[in-house]
Design a binder for this molecule. Structure first.
Ligand SMILES: Cc1cc2nc3c(=O)[nH]c(=O)nc-3n(C[C@H](O)[C@H](O)[C@H](O)COP(=O)(O)O)c2cc1C
Length: 270
């Protein structure tokens, strides 16, 4: 079940050093070729052997394989990117593999060269893929503490009813049949665990907003919009898994936002 994978997932930064089988790699490549997103913006993946390409990251240990993802610099590329890349990473999680979104702590030039990034493309993030080591490394433990990786905002702090002044309770979400889909958003990974997603639920729709922190938008792409794409992916996949039909739409409902640092991103109607 998708929801079980969401609950069991964590970022993995210490790997067993053994790599993955050719069969698993083939499966990942096949899945990667089928990945899509509701924006219809193509995201392409490259699987790169760490040693052959001299790739590493200061926060990782024992990784043998990386996957990089590229997208053309178009409107909403960052949100679409988050959605598509998360599809692939959750597929890997479903196969028992460990992954971690890496958008900052890597020698970016080396990765961009290794995946032949074109001038009209961006490669905001990469991930190692492999089996987790039995024990987390000391660095990994410290890093998780530093960003409070095991905690999330409370349900009522992220999800609202009709406007941003009225928190949505778990019971209300349950009655609407969207509790697990919203919980899958709440448990999603995000850059520095900032959890920039906010959702306003109306009678027949959910509206996703970005609550921006400083320092994540470099002018070409916004890492917190990648976070929004991940959240939208989790909502969509969990609804599909539960047999709830939802329709993706970008249509601003005009709900008053709490501040200038909020931006409407997208909605699902049901
Ligand atoms: C877009 C994005 C970028 C990230 N960049 C990094 C990174 O550069 N280095 C790193 O160690 N972790 C990175 N992370 C992982 C987050 O720190 C992690 O998801 C968060 O702390 C929550 O922990 P969890 O994934 O174990 O639930 C990134 C996550 C996302 C979604």
């Amino acid at each position: 079940m998708f929801f079980d994978d969401v609950k069991n997932r964590r970022s993995v930064r210490t790997f067993d050093g053994l790599g993955i089988t050719d069969k698993l790699l083939e499966d990942l490549k096949e899945y990667a070729a089928s990945v899509s997103n509701p924006y219809g913006i193509p995201v392409t993946f490259d699987f790169l052997d760490a040693k052959d390409n001299d790739l590493s990251s200061p926060v990782l240990k024992g990784e043998e394989l990386y996957v990089t993802a590229k997208v053309k610099k178009v409107e909403n590329a960052d949100v679409a990117y988050g959605y598509s890349f998360e599809s692939l990473l959750m597929h890997a999680v479903n196969k028992g593999l460990g992954t971690v979104w890496i958008g900052g702590t890597m020698p970016r030039d080396k990765f961009e060269k290794a995946c032949n990034l074109a001038d009209d493309e961006i490669m905001p993030c990469v991930s190692p893929i492999g089996f987790a080591a039995d024990k987390m490394g000391v660095k990994e433990v410290l890093m998780r503490k530093g960003v409070k990786a095991d905690s999330r905002y409370a349900f009522e702090e992220l999800f609202f009813k009709n406007d941003f002044n009225t928190p949505l309770t778990e019971d209300e979400a349950e009655k609407m049949g969207i509790f697990s889909a919203l919980e899958a958003v709440r448990l999603a990974p995000s850059a520095v665990n900032k959890q920039p997603w906010r959702v306003v639920v109306t009678e027949n729709a959910v509206h996703f907003y970005e609550k921006k922190d400083r320092g994540y938008d470099n002018g070409t792409y916004d890492l917190q919009k990648v976070d929004l794409g991940i959240a939208i992916n989790h909502f969509d996949f969990e609804c599909n898994d539960g047999g709830k039909t939802v329709l993706f739409k970008v249509s601003n409902p005009g709900i008053a936002m709490p501040g200038d640092n909020y931006e409407y991103i997208a909605s699902f109607e049901f």
